[in-house]
Design a protein around this ligand. Structure first.
Ligand code: DLL
Length: 433
């Protein structure tokens, strides 16, 4: 289903004309209202008037997370605080959070984009949406909440945590859709089973899952365990929150970027060069309509590629491939680049492993070491030690063969690794301690 037929199916030419008009406006506005942009544009020798075509976007400098930190907390806002009606923040792994602000119109636009996401997942006002994204500074909870209301669905504002209660509500209120991280969806399935429930017999039929990278295999696990269709939703606080792009139920292959509100580029993270459609690199977003916190060419660190092929759902917006990882949580193990998601893919292909794993990176002398801890099923864990050791060796060999990195694999008892209510933290890097 398409929530906003007029904009979501705009012919490319009309869409690009709209983007250019909006781009010119936002560039003018940030130049005249945000000291940071005025200086950055002046340093790069570009004036707002130089933006005459969409291609001219390339001439503008990038904005980075560091720039946002340097202007902490409100230095990048483009409107007076009296026009800001909401503040969110993203907790980075290090240092201060990144602070973002919204005007009334921004909140309105965000609600519409989230409503578009739910509609793309096949949801309507007749659905009951169980929202287990965290409410608070995190954008997931309130972002999804306003979108569900805009759609007209009934929203259950669960937030994260309190897993047993969540399961009771899933059973008693009979929601038809759930919003949470993919890792939490799996955890809910696991706890439900422990409580003796048949999690496949719930009324749930759709999952709108995101906020962390996940693999196709993990999608299958979730769909199997909960008997739902699991769809991928992407976003980041700086650019909006959830609702920057969304998979559609018809295509289920790549996430449509809401291009009437954002321009997306993919760049080579080393050189900054803009890459053609299809090539993998770092996603860069420019917001076209945000008022309080517009962003020009924001480097996300997320790795993906753009897929321009038309989609059977009828949307004309370009799709981005599932994010395979972040250029900054890319692990470099003895010179080999690996993303946790690639290791996840190898693990998920092995019969008898559970989708719970942890990567521990350390340094022995001058050498990096990688230990992969992964849970096995009850049945396998009760096998002889010899068999477990053989299996560990086999997985280590697969990792070496597919990814070229040497890892020590440790099979651990079911349910011993940490579980997460929000974003899973798969990597423990002991090298900097
Ligand atoms: O995670 C917003 C969000 C909430 C998205 C709920 C989807 C659902 P931040 O906390 O600022 O915002 O984290 C943004 O999370 O740069 C990606 O690295 C990662 N991320 C978000 N969605 C996905 C996804 C929210 N579907 C960062 N696949 C982003 C992979 C994702 N990574």
């Amino acid at each position: 289903m398409i929530f906003n037929e007029e904009f979501e199916t705009l012919p490319r030419e009309a869409l690009e004309a709209l983007q250019l008009k909006r781009l010119k406006q936002v560039v003018q506005r940030v130049y005249h209202t945000v000291g940071f942009y005025r200086k950055a544009f002046d340093d790069a020798g570009v004036k707002p008037e130089d933006i005459k075509t969409l291609d001219d976007l390339k001439r503008l400098p990038f904005t980075t997370k560091q720039d946002l930190r340097d202007n902490y907390p409100f230095g990048m806002f483009s409107v007076p605080m009296s026009n800001v009606v909401r503040i969110h923040a993203s907790s980075g792994t290090t240092g201060r959070p990144t602070v973002v602000g919204y005007t009334k119109r921004d909140i309105d636009m965000w609600a519409e984009l989230m409503a578009r996401c739910f509609a793309a997942a096949g949801l309507t006002k007749n659905d009951i949406i169980h929202n287990a994204y965290g409410y608070g500074l995190f954008t997931g909870g309130l972002g999804a909440h306003y979108g569900a209301e805009r759609l007209g669905a009934s929203v259950i504002p669960m937030s994260g945590g309190n897993t047993k209660k969540q399961i009771m509500i899933l059973q008693d209120f009979g929601p038809t859709a759930i919003c949470c991280t993919p890792s939490y969806a799996l955890y809910l399935a696991e706890v439900g089973e422990e409580m003796g429930m048949d999690m496949r017999s719930l009324r749930l039929r759709v999952g709108v899952l995101g906020a962390e990278p996940w693999s196709e295999k993990m999608r299958q696990e979730i769909e199997n365990k909960l008997d739902i269709m699991a769809l991928n939703i992407y976003g980041l606080s700086e650019v909006l929150g959830p609702g920057v792009s969304m998979e559609c139920a018809e295509g289920r292959n790549g996430l449509h970027v809401f291009e009437d509100h954002f321009i997306v580029e993919v760049i080579n993270p080393q050189t900054g060069e803009v890459l053609p459609y299809g090539e993998e690199g770092e996603l860069v977003f420019t917001t076209l309509t945000k008022e309080a916190f517009p962003l020009i060419r924001y480097r996300t660190r997320d790795i993906s590629r753009l897929m321009p092929e038309t989609c059977k759902c009828g949307r004309t917006f370009v799709r981005m491939d599932r994010v395979s990882g972040r250029s900054d949580d890319m692990l470099i193990i003895r010179g080999v680049n690996v993303f946790p998601s690639q290791i996840e893919s190898v693990l998920m292909d092995v019969e008898g492993l559970e989708p719970h794993y942890q990567l521990i990176v350390a340094r022995e002398g001058a050498l990096d070491t990688l230990e992969v801890q992964v849970e096995v099923s009850e049945k396998i864990f009760s096998d002889e030690v010899r068999k477990l050791q053989d299996m560990e060796k086999r997985i280590a060999k697969d990792i070496k063969d597919y990814l070229g990195v040497t890892a020590k694999v440790k099979l651990v008892e079911p349910k011993t690794l940490k579980r997460f209510e929000g974003k899973a933290q798969r990597v423990i890097d002991k090298r900097n301690i």
